[in-house]
Design a protein around this ligand. Sequence first.
Ligand SMILES: [Zn+2]
Ligand SMILES: [Zn+2]
Length: 271
Amino acid sequence: MYISRKIALTLLFGWALIVTESSFAAGETVQTQWNQVRIHVVFNNLPYRAGLQTGWGFACLIEGPDKTVLFDTGGNGDILISNMQQLGLDANAVEAVVLSHIHGDHTGGLDGFMAHNPDVTVYVPESFPASFQREVRRLGAAVETVDEPRQLLAGIHTTGEMNHGIAEQALIVDTQNGLVVITGCAHPNVADMTERAQSYLGRNVYLLMGGFHLDSSTDTEVKAIIDQLKALGVRKVSPSHCTGERAINLFREAWKSDFVDGGLGAVISVP
Ligand SMILES: [Zn+2]
Ligand SMILES: [Zn+2]
C-alpha cells in the first residue's frame, strides 16, 4: 500500500514530494529529524534578557533549518509582537502555531499575532471550543485539531491531547540529539507528558522546557517529579513560567550544568 502510494505520488508530483511523504508516520525507518534547532523564548513572566516586556504566560519560537513554528502565544499579542521585533524575529516566517491549552496566558496573543501573519495553520487540542476555532478561521488561518500523538509538520510532533486535569498537548521536536519536549503549563503532569513523548517516538528526551506547573507543589512532590524525569533519562531541563521559583531551584540543583535558563529572551540552541 505504501509502495502504490509512492508510485501515485511520483506520477502526480514527482520525486520531491516522496521525500516528504516518506517522513510522515512516526516509527517508520525514515523519520525526519531536525538539526540546528534554535528556540527563542518570546513571552514569559520570568525575565532573562534585558529590554523585553515580561507578562504572565508563555510562548516560544522554534526555528529549524527550513521551518519556523510558534508554540503558544502568551497572554497579549502586542507584548508578543514587540518582543519578537526586539529580538529580530519575523512573524511572517512562522508557518504553524501550536496551542498547548485553552488558558488565556497561552492563547491570548493569537489575535495580535494573526494581525501580522494570518497565513498559518493553528493546531489546537480537539476539546477547544468550536467558537474559538471559528474565530481563528474567520481571521484567516487554517485550524487543525489534535487528538492522538502524531506528526504535525516534518520533524514536529504532538503528544496528542492529554486529558487528566486540563486538556493539553505538548510539542515535540525530533532532533538528531534526541527529543525536545515543550510544555505550556503541563497541567496533565510534566512527567506523564514526557513519558508519552518518549514512548510515542521511542527516543530519549534531550531537552524538556516550558511551564511545569509546580508552583503549588511541595518540595517532596517536586522531588518525586525530578526523580521520575531523571529515571526517564531527560538530559537537559529548562523550566519556567508556572513552574515556581522554589521548584525551579530544585531543578537547577538536580541538573547542575544541564539546567538551561529559559526566561524571556533566552535562546536555546540544540546542536
Ligand atoms: Zn494553564
Ligand atoms: Zn500558563
